[in-house]
Write a protein that binds this ligand. Structure first.
Ligand SMILES: Cc1ncc(COP(=O)(O)O)c(C=O)c1O
Length: 444
């Protein structure tokens, strides 16, 4: 071989392999750079790759031999530990095997179609459609609702999977816009400026997963109806813990599903696996034809369908009332305790409660301080929340014991003497916003 052979080819002396080049290219993305720097800067503090060795009935967890109380689980009702749900999983495997090996575009097992009817009856809509996850719903169903003459308008703090779904819609020619978080006036301005359009879909979270805040749904829906727009609500963190029998935020806030398409979740408070769209028969039919992830992906495994069915029975039983009372008492306990410490508490009406820390380093130090004292809470920083608006995220479960909540509060009180946490009484400025158009951000 001579140098002449290399001229014009993609190989040169000392050049890296295509895989190495690919990895190097990915490393130039701002998100990867941010994580790499954070991992170096906060080495030993960021607690992002924990491996649980054991779990107990009251959210005990064992990590590296240390037993802690876990305040970082979405299984808000403790149903992951419920014998009825465990038995249902086993029953499902024995009846159906471990998976139903066809896309739902071809066939479904009867437990799934019956379960969809049961979900619709429980939640109060005409129909429901099961998906394997909320993420797969948002990237499949949301883009399936719109075309090139339509618009999607997204709350600036909406979940990442809504943004990903909106990006797919945008690639298909739909205009995608965003509005200031939970601000009906800002939404109206965006809709007025966007006109003319054929149809509009406003995509929001029912409960914002990083702050626990609930959507200002009545105000947003009023604006939507005035401007020929439909609300698309990702209610992942509300299913089973907000509203009567855990039906979520929509019926609770609006009293009907008239102008909405609702996405619920089975892998958080329900402690099983999967998601659903609650809608009319007409939309069920349309979405079956238009949701790429429904058509081209596999279904929820039948053992989980059995388990979901058992969870829905529990949600409609008297046991649910007890579980919710226990959960609500625990939420009230932590919120009152944090407020008594003069901390800035976000949320408080759902089991996600966040304490504003602000500074990234202090947030990681705070999480590590609590971890070393036997309490695991999540340190959440940019890009999940705006830069310098980092939080400690506390997830309250009904099977947390009051003594453990009191212990966490005592540890936070001690920590406050050592690590600066902003105080509610001196809070002046509004919290930062995301500040940029998250759809326009290109990482490459
Ligand atoms: C609002 C919201 N939507 C979607 C998801 C993802 O749900 P899933 O795990 O079902 O994909 C989450 C959380 O993890 C969430 O908080």
């Amino acid at each position: 071989m001579t140098f002449a052979h290399l001229k014009g080819s993609n190989v040169s002396v000392g050049q890296k392999t295509p895989l190495e080049n690919l990895a190097r290219a990915i490393r130039t993305s701002s998100l990867v750079k941010f994580y790499d720097i954070a991992a170096q800067q906060y080495d030993g503090l960021h607690l992002k790759e924990l491996s649980f060795e054991d779990v107990g009935p009251h959210r005990e967890m064992k990590v590296n031999g240390q037993t802690l109380i876990n305040f970082g689980f979405d299984s808000f009702l403790g149903l992951d530990q419920d014998q009825r749900v465990r038995d249902a999983l086993i029953r499902g495997a024995q009846t159906w095997g471990t998976q139903f090996g066809a896309s739902r575009a071809f066939a479904s097992c009867s437990v799934e179609t019956q379960l969809e009817e049961k979900i619709a009856e429980w939640i109060g809509t005409e129909a429901a459609m099961i998906f394997p996850s909320v993420t797969l719903t948002n990237v499949g169903a949301l883009p399936g609702l719109v075309g090139a003459s339509d618009i999607i308008v997204v709350d600036e703090f909406a979940h990442n999977s809504i943004l990903e779904g909106a990006k797919i819609a945008k690639a298909n020619g739909t205009r995608v816009l965003q509005f200031a978080h939970n601000d009906a006036k800002a939404l109206e301005k965006v809709l007025i400026e966007a006109a003319p359009y054929r149809c509009a879909v406003i995509a929001i979270d029912g409960v914002y997963s990083m702050s626990g805040e609930i959507a200002a749904m009545p105000e947003l829906n009023e604006v939507a109806k005035r401007h020929n727009a439909v609300l698309y609500i990702d209610d992942a963190h509300a299913t089973a813990v907000i509203g009567e029998h855990g039906r979520g935020t929509v019926l609770e806030s609006l009293g009907s599903y008239d102008n909405t398409i609702v996405v619920g979740c089975f892998s958080k408070a329900c402690s099983v696996f999967g998601a659903f769209v609650a809608c009319t028969h007409e939309f069920q039919r349309l979405l079956k034809m238009r949701s790429s992830t429904y058509i081209f992906g596999g279904p929820v495994p039948p053992p989980y369908l059995e388990a979901i069915s058992t969870v829905i029975d529990i949600l409609q039983s008297d046991d649910y009332v007890e579980l919710r009372e226990q959960l609500d008492r625990n939420v009230q306990h932590i919120v009152e305790g944090l407020e008594a410490l003069n901390l800035i508490v976000l949320g408080g009406k759902s089991p996600i409660i966040t304490v504003l820390v602000g500074d990234e380093m202090n947030t990681f130090k705070a999480g590590k301080y609590l971890f070393d004292r036997g309490y695991y809470v999540q340190s959440v920083t940019f890009p999940a929340v705006p830069y310098h608006a980092s939080v400690l995220r506390i997830q309250i479960n009904s099977n947390h014991r009051p003594a453990d909540i009191a212990g966490l509060l005592a540890a936070i009180s001690e920590m406050k003497q050592l690590i600066h946490l902003p105080e509610a009484s001196s809070m002046q400025d509004p919290l930062p916003t995301m500040g940029s158009d998250r759809f326009m951000t290109s990482d490459a």
